[in-house]
Design a protein around this ligand. Structure first.
Ligand code: CP
Length: 352
């Protein structure tokens, strides 16, 4: 006898949820956003200590602060309760003011230490000065000094973080960072861009920091100046060397003019200011003859009529004042990251 066909068994239905609703499917797992890279910086002593990813992270953080600086009240509470000291043993307008503003825009306190009226005048040493200031419980020291290595010296002896704001002819890392930031904003990227630094390469801390910084971001860097102002072995930093400006100016994307460091040049290293200007000065005639719209940088202060003419600074491709404006955002990023902030932390963008 044929067996009766049985219906295939149905899968039992899922029990209804208490309250009558149907059980919901577990939501599909979203792919989580990659964590932003956080540079582990104890101090900022030079560009030589930074990896390309550190530089990029600092510039990305500065982008957040550029937005803050455009607000009617350009202040965020990110570093409330922190204190930094501007310890400048050399003159400065841009760097010292910019650090003071950066600190105040982050709600930190900045004490400007005036060497002229301090006990340095009575012979107090750099270390004693720094230890005295640290005993007052500050979080960071921003130092400019004529001695190469002064910031490194200090960082090994005090617990507060140290920022090098220029040490002799050695490094000026925040200038390099703000210059890279300014170029990235104008050109989109530094990768494969040709950048020419012109002038007193031998005595310039900006030259050294900028060569390192631009190269780490993928730019092709060259220097140009009189042979007496180009240090031996500069190629080891990864740059080409030229001695004639007109030979190379027309083929670069960026020209970074440098100040003739009259305070650091002990003897005459070029025949005359007139000859220097004729061979290396960025004049309106030179630019118009070459028919170039090269982007122009200068860290300032400028010796007008020597390395650059005043009319050149008025051209739309001259970014000298943009560099100054961007300097505040970049220094905010540096202070913020050194004081323990997280890259891209949106809390920093909350207006006070
Ligand atoms: N560019 C720069 O370091 O300028 P100051 O000397 O005015 O700080």
């Amino acid at each position: 006898m044929p067996r009766a066909r049985t219906k295939p068994k149905r899968k039992p239905r899922k029990a209804a949820k208490p309250g009558g609703g149907r059980a919901k499917r577990a939501p599909a797992r979203r792919r989580s956003k990659p964590e932003p890279y956080v540079p582990r910086l104890a101090n900022l002593l030079g560009i030589s200590q930074l990896a390309p990813a550190d530089i990029t992270a600092i510039l990305d953080q500065a982008e957040t602060f550029i937005e803050v600086l455009k607000r009617p009240i350009p202040v965020v509470p990110a570093l409330r309760g922190k204190t930094v000291v501007n310890l400048f043993f050399e003159a400065s307008t841009r760097t010292s003011t910019s650090f003071a503003l950066a600190a105040s825009r982050l709600s930190a306190q900045c004490v400007n230490f005036s060497i002229g009226s301090s006990s340095v005048k009575k012979g107090e040493t750099l270390l004693d000065t720094a230890r005295t200031i640290e005993a007052m419980r500050v979080d960071g020291v921003i130092i400019r000094h004529s001695m190469p290595g002064a910031a490194h010296f200090l960082s090994r002896r005090i617990k507060s973080f140290v920022v090098n704001a220029g040490d002799g002819c050695h490094e000026h890392p925040t200038q390099a960072l703000l210059d890279a930031f300014t170029l990235r904003r104008r050109l989109g990227t530094l990768k494969d861009k040709r950048v020419l630094l012109v002038g007193d390469i031998a005595h310039s801390r900006v030259a050294r920091s900028n060569i390192l910084c631009f190269s780490k971001l993928g730019a092709r860097v060259a220097v140009c100046g009189p042979p007496t102002l180009i240090p031996p072995h500069i190629e080891e930093l990864g740059c080409e060397v030229f001695y004639r400006l007109d030979r190379v100016l027309y083929e670069v994307d960026v020209v970074n003019m440098l100040r003739v460091q009259t305070e650091r040049i002990s003897s005459s290293l070029f025949p005359s200011v007139r000859e220097y200007r004729a061979l290396y000065g960025l004049t309106a005639e030179r630019l118009s003859e070459l028919n170039t719209s090269v982007v122009i940088l200068h860290p300032g202060p400028v010796n007008w009529g020597v390395e650059m003419d005043f009319e050149v600074a008025e051209l739309p491709q001259a970014l000298i004042l943009n560099q100054v404006t961007n300097g505040v955002a970049v220094r905010m990023a540096v202070l913020y990251l050194l004081a323990g902030g997280q890259v891209g932390d949106t809390d920093t963008a909350e207006t006070k």
